[in-house]
Design a binder for this molecule. Structure first.
Ligand code: G6P
Length: 366
């Protein structure tokens, strides 16, 4: 009801603004990295596995894609990420030394549950879930679990569930790294400190709302949008495009920026807003040349940079700067900006933000 909304117009907006609290709660009490954060016996399981298979749907799948970048780079464990509805029906090559990780807000998504059972039927019995509902079927079915503390999510378009999944997946990354001898005390302390500071860092991203509203007013008049990211921020580009299409009904696609010239560049005209996620990381220089390719075709760039990215506004290049550069955890901050962009674009178009047409909060039948 309206009373629960407080100062917000929709649950989605409320849930976006709840994220500092949700992440804080999800990481509350984590004072050290250890496998047991995922349940009793986790150390033994993490010792036995030599690969990870992530299964999920929708926004949870994009959390999984982000985790692949983290786990492979930090823990050096190979990761496959599969859409649950594909995995359950294809013939794949099982390996018993796999840690099967499901990611689900509801813990009741039919395809994700079926994919988990399929993996088990192939002899893969090490299972872990990152889930927001402690009493769900998913948590009952998995050997190990990390329960995110987003709280009840009402908006069909997932927001706080996603960022808390990322927090849980980052902990998993660090725990796997530790078991593999790839996390020393100094690194552990540094990551813990960064995680503790996340709620404040996220709060300062949410404070960019007025600038994002100005962009949303322009987006509301468009019928197409392209989202670009590279590396860790490619999955975030996918999630940003998904948010925009789910609630504003604008056709949006995401590409890893290096793929521009293999297709999407053909779509770029003055009418095409191109959202670019451009934190100051190792790929920034490459990304800048992708941005030139867009500008050369008249495309309008909307760049989410950060305090350290050397990118300035110019003709056709609009820049919003996130206040902190956040390294590996930067996707959590950048996605919040994209959630606000989708939300305000939908608001300007007058769509039913919390209940977009044809979509359900959780898909419990196939
Ligand atoms: C539906 C929801 C999405 C969600 C997906 C997976 O499509 O609208 O927001 O990401 O299901 O749901 P799950 O509960 O498994 O994360």
């Amino acid at each position: 009801g309206a009373a629960e909304l407080g100062p917000y117009r929709h649950f989605m907006q409320k849930e976006i603004f709840e994220q500092p609290r949700a992440i804080g709660d999800t990481l509350d009490g984590v004072t050290a990295i250890m496998p047991e954060l995922f349940g009793d016996g986790a150390y033994k399981v993490f010792k036995q596995i030599d690969r990870v298979l992530i299964l999920a749907c929708g926004t949870s799948y994009y959390a999984g894609l982000t985790a692949k970048y983290w786990i492979e780079s930090v823990a050096q464990v190979p990761v496959n990420v599969e859409i649950a509805s594909e995995y359950r029906y294809r013939t794949s090559v099982p390996n018993p030394n796999t840690l099967v990780v499901t990611i689900s807000q509801s813990g009741e998504t039919a395809d994700t549950l079926a994919a988990l059972k399929h993996a088990r039927s192939l002899g893969m019995h090490h299972t872990l879930t990152i889930c927001n509902v402690a009493t769900s079927a998913m948590v009952r079915e998995c050997q190990l679990a990390y329960i995110t503390r987003a709280g009840i999510e009402v908006g069909v378009a997932s927001t706080k569930a996603f960022t808390t999944q990322l927090a849980g997946l980052f902990l998993l990354t660090l725990a796997l790294a530790q078991v593999n001898g790839r996390l020393d005390d100094e690194q552990e302390a540094m990551y813990l400190k960064q995680m503790r500071h996340l709620p404040v860092a996220l709060g300062s991203v949410l404070a960019l709302e007025p600038q994002i509203i100005a962009w949303a007013e322009e987006f509301a008049r468009k019928e197409n949008a392209l989202f670009l990211g590279r590396g860790l921020h490619y999955p975030i580009a996918l999630e940003g495009a998904l948010k925009l299409k789910e609630i504003s009904y604008i056709h949006a696609e995401a590409y890893p920026a290096g793929e521009l010239k293999h297709g999407p560049l053909a779509l770029v005209t003055e009418e095409m807003p191109v959202v670019t996620i451009a934190p100051n990381d190792a790929l920034l220089e490459k990304l800048k040349s992708n941005m030139q390719e867009v500008r050369a075709r008249g495309g309008q760039l909307y760049v989410f940079a950060d305090v350290d990215s050397r990118i300035t506004s110019s003709d056709g290049v609009h820049v919003i700067r996130l206040p902190e550069h956040y390294g590996l955890l930067s996707p959590i901050l950048h996605v919040a900006a994209l959630q606000l962009l989708a939300y305000h674009t939908a608001l300007a178009r007058g769509t039913d933000v919390d209940k977009p047409r044809n979509l359900a909060k959780s898909v419990t039948v196939e």
